[in-house]
Design a protein around this ligand. Structure first.
Ligand code: FAD
Length: 387
């Protein structure tokens, strides 16, 4: 007797998005989450839904398909997810060298047909008047937006439940039931649950979960530290990252400052609907260590004031950190594993999982329900790591 057609492990933004989409096919879905919905990265992240932060190539193409879905998402989900597609995305550069590096990355990004341009310092300040006087120039993407990740994850979860999914929290998956090379269910701290299809949507923990099934899939945590300010009057419209953000992500060899490289520290900043600003962040390999460190906070705050001097008079109300599900090639793992029938991966979206959540849910549901997704995801197959 099966408990569900599909068991999804992880009640983060991926698990809930997939559960919602599978419900459209009439599938009986059980989501098992060891803590609570959005207890993972979705509760500790920025909300950039932008093109300009995406790796040129397959990841950018996937982002284009995903961001197109955001336009109708609030309506489909029936909830306010604070999606603003007019916010824009900007990356100010401090000097010509940073500007030229951004320009060369943008040239590759534009091959996916996205509007990413280079603008002068004056043009950047006209768009964002609080920007420092000496900013040299900036990358600008007028069609990049932002969303509230917590609201979006919860909206996916609510819609999934309306579609018939059961979301069972406080249930940790501890192992798998496997017979003749196929998955037959999961073991949890609350007993066994039977099914023929399992989706590993455990975010940064997906590598550990795969290991329980005997699969060596390299998804590991990449820590990001963040700060939140007190609410202030309108301060900025775009989501803004300093030039180092894209340079660390896509041209790390160009960074000479060893401390900046070790911490992966660059400025990312956005203002939320309640007026508070989220300031980050770092890209660190520190295992599952979640502490905020003085070293990282010092770098982040100095960079925030360097680009926005008026922030000197704004108070920080809390610090926190989250984990980005990192993969060695910077691409997520989407699809069924060849080594274990019925075992699907939907993890490893690193710092782009909020933006990529709608398309991930859609494609994984299509793959499971119809046997083939409407968009070719071969390049994201987990089998690239399974030899
Ligand atoms: C600082 C920071 C900034 C970011 N900024 C952005 C951004 O601006 N834009 C963007 O698109 N993305 C951003 N991201 C990335 C984004 O947050 C993640 O890619 C995304 O949240 C991953 O979602 P997920 O559902 O895969 O993982 P998670 O949200 O981590 O969910 C995984 C869930 O699985 C559960 N779980 C794990 N193991 C088990 C088990 N054995 N049994 C049951 N449940 C289990 C966990 O409790 C967790 O709830 C950022 C991330 C960080 C850390």
């Amino acid at each position: 007797m099966q408990d569900a057609d599909v068991i999804i492990i992880g009640g983060g933004i991926m698990g809930c998005s997939i559960a919602w989409q599978l419900g459209k096919y009439g599938k009986r879905v059980l989501v098992l989450e060891r803590k609570d919905v959005a207890a993972g990265s979705a509760g500790a992240t920025d909300g950039v839904v932008g093109y300009h932060t995406k790796r040129p190539g397959p990841q950018m193409d996937l982002a284009v398909a995903s961001i197109a879905m955001f336009r109708d998402l609030a309506g489909e989900l029936g909830e306010n997810i604070e999606f603003d597609f007019t916010a824009g995305g900007m990356q100010p550069a401090e000097d010509k060298m940073q500007y030229d590096l951004l320009a060369s990355i943008a040239e590759e990004q534009r091959t996916s047909g996205v509007d990413i341009r280079m603008i002068s310092g004056d043009e950047a300040r006209a768009l964002e008047p609080n920007l420092a006087d000496d900013v040299y120039g900036a990358l600008y993407c007028p069609t990049s937006g932002k969303v509230n990740p917590l609201k979006l994850t919860n909206a996916f979860a609510h819609a999934a439940k309306r579609g018939g999914a059961v979301i069972q929290t406080e249930t940790e998956v501890t192992g798998f039931l496997i017979r003749d090379g196929a998955v037959k269910g999961v073991c949890t701290d609350r007993g066994e649950y039977y099914c023929d299809t399992v989706v590993n949507a455990c975010g940064s923990w997906a590598g550990l979960t795969a290991k329980m099934a005997g699969l060596d899939l390299p998804v590991t945590p990449r820590k990001g530290q963040l700060a939140v300010t007190e609410p202030v009057d309108f301060f900025m419209r775009a989501t803004i990252q300093c030039a180092l953000y894209n340079i660390i992500k896509f041209r790390p060899e160009a960074i000479r400052d060893k401390r900046a490289l070790k911490l992966g520290a660059s400025l990312s900043i956005e203002q939320t609907e309640n007026g508070g600003m989220i300031i980050g962040s770092t890209r660190e390999f520190a295992g599952f260590e979640k502490e905020n460190t003085f070293e990282a906070i010092d770098v982040m705050m100095k960079r925030a004031i360097r680009f926005f001097p008026a922030l000197e008079n704004v108070d920080i109300i809390r610090f926190f950190s989250g984990f980005r599900p990192y993969t060695p090639d910077g691409l997520p793992m989407l699809g069924e594993t060849a080594a274990l029938k019925g075992f699907y991966m939907a993890a490893g979206h690193e710092g782009d999982g909020i933006a990529l959540s709608p398309i991930t849910g859609k494609l994984i549901a299509e793959l499971i329900a119809e046997g083939k997704p409407s968009y070719n995801i071969d390049v994201f197959s987990p089998n690239r790591f399974l030899g």
